[in-house]
Design a protein around this ligand. Structure first.
Ligand code: NAD
Ligand code: MG
Length: 390
């Protein structure tokens, strides 16, 4: 029987690559649900090609267009944020692949786990905001949570066949982004266009800015803490500009395992969908004459303060990572709109962490309230204060 997949965020970078993987492995997988936020044209094309049972267009303004275009087919079309949450409960789904960007991915993921669906997780923000509650829910409902993020897939692959108690350290690699080696004064004037030019990966806009500011690595440290149940002092970030080693695990005997390959998200996407099997692919292969030098550096957390802020938030725990994430989402969108400079993103995040009330043991409702409160505070702050005073 084919595995039935729902893709949340099918029109994005991960969503479209997930569909490419499924198309290659169409005898094993069937797409039963697709959701998108506002790209109605692409959602319609995907629906006509993959013929899912249901699609959701998040943005209500786009509903009519999608509904009309698919009216001749037996595809259920709904709209709105609540519809995205409800759709994951359909019986025709085995695995929900979460490729939504930002904390909007949290609520549908919770609903999917409660409905006993396995999760292929690209939406790292879900684990950053609510890692403790999500991992607890996963255990309670006895579902699987497979990582798609390339670093976490690498760690997951290194851990196959190993006893988790023999893990000494996780070495999380990152390219360092387009601004590696730059000073604070150089960073003060960088533009969104420069930040959007990632040296090794092509991704959505938000994660590309996060990669330039090293917030992406910070979010990944928190994601790794929950996925692999390893304390923050045993997760080390290693800057590796070539993006060939996707991460490593060091064991208690001193041995280090690394997972390598050319940077291509289709591989971790496929592994998350087929685990424990490895399927043949025709992806280009890594050759060592092409990559004869792999280099490694320590991250510069004085210049790239977001990484330090993320470690701080992760170690503090409670609702602090949720504050970090919500503040970062507002900061990234303000930077992309040229409303604040690159360095002011860290200033805004720090301001939010120092302002929003700390809650050591938040419930899911508390986290949703923290997320909203932080966004409102950050938006108000950016509107009413000259950003130079940040
Ligand atoms: P993207 O911006 O390319 O796509 C986002 C998708 O989510 C789109 O389909 C969009 O319609 C949908 N979406 C956006 N806002 C939404 C909302 N409020 N409600 C419902 N749907 C919404 O993003 P991406 O680069 O594909 O990243 C998706 C997730 O995967 C992120 O959490 C990112 O951190 C993670 N991730 C991405 C990559 C990558 O290579 N792109 C690698 C690792 C992890
Ligand atoms: Mg990653």
């Amino acid at each position: 029987m084919k595995k039935r997949i729902a893709i949340l965020g099918s029109t994005g970078s991960i969503g479209t690559q997930a569909l490419a993987v499924i198309q290659q492995q169409c005898e094993r997988f069937e797409v039963t649900v697709l959701t998108a936020h506002s790209n109605a044209d692409l959602l319609i094309r995907q629906a006509l090609q993959y013929r899912p049972k249901a699609v959701v267009i998040g943005d209500e303004k786009e509903y009519r267009q999608v509904k009309e275009a698919l009216s001749a087919y037996s595809i259920d079309v709904t709209t709105g944020a609540t519809a995205v949450e409800q759709i994951v409960e359909l019986d025709v789904i085995d695995t929900v692949l979460t490729a939504i960007v930002g904390s909007a991915g949290l609520a549908p993921t919770v609903r999917a786990i409660r409905a006993k669906k396995n999760i292929a997780l690209a939406n790292k923000e879900t684990l950053v905001v609510a890692g403790a509650l999500i991992t607890q829910l996963v255990k309670e409902h006895n579902v699987a949570l497979y990582p798609i993020d390339s670093e976490h897939s690498a760690i997951f692959q290194c851990l196959v066949g190993e006893n988790p108690t023999t893990v000494e350290k996780i070495l999380l690699t990152g390219s360092g982004g387009p601004f590696r080696g730059k000073t604070q004064s150089e960073l003060a004037t960088v533009t969104p266009q420069q930040a959007l030019k990632h040296p090794t990966w092509e991704m959505g806009r938000k994660i590309t800015i996060d990669s330039a500011s090293l917030m992406n690595k910070g979010l990944e440290v928190i994601e790794a803490r929950w996925l692999f149940e390893v304390d923050f002092n045993r997760i080390e970030v290693v800057i590796h500009p070539q993006s060939i080693i996707h991460s490593m695990v060091q064991f208690t005997d001193g041995s280090i395992k690394a997972q390598m390959g050319l940077p291509d998200m289709k591989l971790p996407i496929q592994y998350a969908l087929t685990y424990p099997e490895r399927l043949h692919t025709s992806f280009p292969r890594l050759t060592f004459d092409q990559y004869n030098q792999l280099t490694f550096e320590k991250p510069d957390t004085q210049t790239f303060r977001n990484l330090a802020l993320a470690y701080h938030a992760g170690e503090k725990g409670g609702n602090c990572p949720c504050i970090l994430n919500a503040a970062n989402e507002i900061a990234v969108s303000a930077f992309l709109d040229n409303r604040i400079g690159f360095l002011q993103m860290s200033d805004l995040i720090e301001k939010c962490i120092n302002t929003i009330a700390f809650n050591r043991n938040p419930s899911m409702e508390d986290l949703l309230a923290t997320d909203l409160e932080t966004r409102q505070f950050a938006i108000h702050y950016l509107k009413h204060f000259n950003t130079t005073s940040l």
